[in-house]
Design a protein around this ligand. Structure first.
Ligand SMILES: Cc1ncc(COP(=O)(O)O)c(C=O)c1O
Length: 426
């Protein structure tokens, strides 16, 4: 008998068999014994396929939003697949540069860029700076004048449209800190300044109203509004941001890249825009390529009948459950033992952090009773997990490996106890 995995949540290379769950031709159990747990495993073929799918849906250009998961290996991979890279800070820019990406492939974002970040972006000749305020335009112009450059920019507009997603990942309503308001007229005055500037060239209008969007409605309205704005100000590019949602659990649905590009194209047309339409997906490129592998340490029953399975990571390596109540699917990595009885019980998968929000999955049914020492796989763990990880409770960030064609390569080493005091200087 083999383990029935929820195939739709795993990369297409995932199989289950006598060695348990295998991804990219490598058994997760083998990876766990070689690199330890917690471990994040990315299927390289899946990453590359998502890049191709995004590019064919948005032929005018796609930039990967590095905030979803960044290291040198992913920066190189997306670049090899013909995508640009969006960065949101000097730190992300430094990783992109260290990975060898040319400045022209990089777009610099951020709602509060420091002078240093602006200077770094200009020195590296980034392809676009996305301007987020009047004040920022002035600072970019000043720096450009010193360096004798004309800087290619886009303006991030806030169309005042609220995305249908968790409030913590909405970025487009009138109350949002992101972008410059079309509703108040601030965006129009900023665009006029950029149009007559001697130091910047206004190429694009950017709009991004939120993440994990599983329907298109509000984002269509936002794109139509940004499109009309781009037309009015002579911008030849409309950057429709990211936001495409992904299914996290069995039964979840999300639009495809094609659904997104068709809806974006129609919305842009509604706004009268006929220029280039570019996208900058993050989650939808990396989420389903990544599987988090943990070791179970404790299985216990709480007073109210809840059975807890506690793993050796938690919100310190993936804070999404604590930030906005995210929940995942979970599977035992090991194959079903024919001699073991099926387990009909429901389990709650928790981590080892000292917070009650440290919950990965609820109502989980396993193929057999989970035991201490078992490995547990959490699929769709590739976005905004490692990227937002911390050392809370003195826990080290996991190692990250890429797998392809039966081979693995370590791309980020694990942090251990010795890393916990490496910043201490006294
Ligand atoms: C400006 C911008 N672009 C792209 C993205 C990527 O979004 P997602 O990961 O939902 O595709 C984000 C995420 O917040 C963003 O702020």
């Amino acid at each position: 008998m083999t383990v029935e995995i929820a195939a739709e949540l795993f990369p297409s290379s995932a199989t289950s068999g006598p060695h348990g769950i295998t991804v990219g031709g490598v058994a997760l159990a083998e990876l766990a014994s070689r690199y330890g747990t917690p471990l994040v495993v990315y299927d390289e073929a899946h990453l590359r396929q998502r890049c191709c799918d995004a590019r064919s849906a948005f032929p005018d250009g796609v930039s990967y939003a590095a905030k979803a998961f960044l290291c040198k290996a992913i920066a190189r991979l997306v670049h090899e697949e013909g995508l640009g890279l969006d960065v949101a800070s000097g730190g992300e820019l430094a990783v992109a540069v260290a990975a060898g990406l040319p400045g022209s492939a990089i777009t610099m974002h951020g709602n509060n860029k420091s002078d240093r970040e602006i200077t770094l972006a200009l020195r590296h000749r980034v392809g676009r700076i996305v301007i987020d305020s009047h004040e920022e335009l002035t600072r970019v112009e000043a720096d450009a004048a010193v360096l004798g450059l004309r800087v290619p920019v886009a303006i991030r507009v806030n169309p005042g449209v609220q995305a249908a997603t968790h409030p913590s990942i909405r970025t487009g309503g009138v109350e949002s800190k992101f972008g410059v308001s079309i509703v108040s007229g601030a965006a129009q005055s900023l665009a006029r300044l950029a149009q007559v500037s001697r130091s910047v060239d206004l190429h694009g209008v950017h709009v991004h109203i939120g993440s994990q969007l599983t329907g298109m409605g509000p984002s269509d309205d936002a794109i139509a509004s940004a499109a009309a704005f781009a037309l009015m100000h002579g911008a030849e590019e409309l950057i429709v941001g990211g936001g495409l949602g992904v299914p996290y659990r069995v039964g979840d649905h999300a639009p495809t890249f094609r659904d997104w590009s068709s809806a974006a194209g129609a919305a842009a047309e509604r706004g009268g825009f006929t220029g280039r339409i570019l996208a900058e997906p993050g989650r939808s490129i990396v989420a389903a390529a990544g599987i988090a592998v943990y070791s179970i340490g404790t299985v216990k029953e709480a007073g109210v009948g809840t059975r807890f399975v506690a793993v050796d990571g938690g919100i310190s390596d993936n804070p999404r459950p604590a930030l906005y109540g995210a929940r995942y699917h979970a599977e035992l990595v090991a194959p079903v033992d024919d001699s073991a009885p099926m387990d009909e019980m429901r389990y709650t998968v928790v981590g080892k952090n000292c917070e009650s929000s440290d919950v990965f999955a609820e109502d989980v049914v396993f193929h057999r009773s989970p035991r201490a020492g078992d490995l547990l796989a959490i699929p769709v763990a590739g976005a905004y997990g490692y990227a937002m990880a911390s050392n809370y409770n003195g826990l080290g960030r996991p190692a990250v490996v890429f797998v392809a064609d039966g081979q693995e390569r370590l791309v980020l080493r694990r942090e251990d106890e010795s890393d916990m005091s490496r910043l201490d200087v006294a």
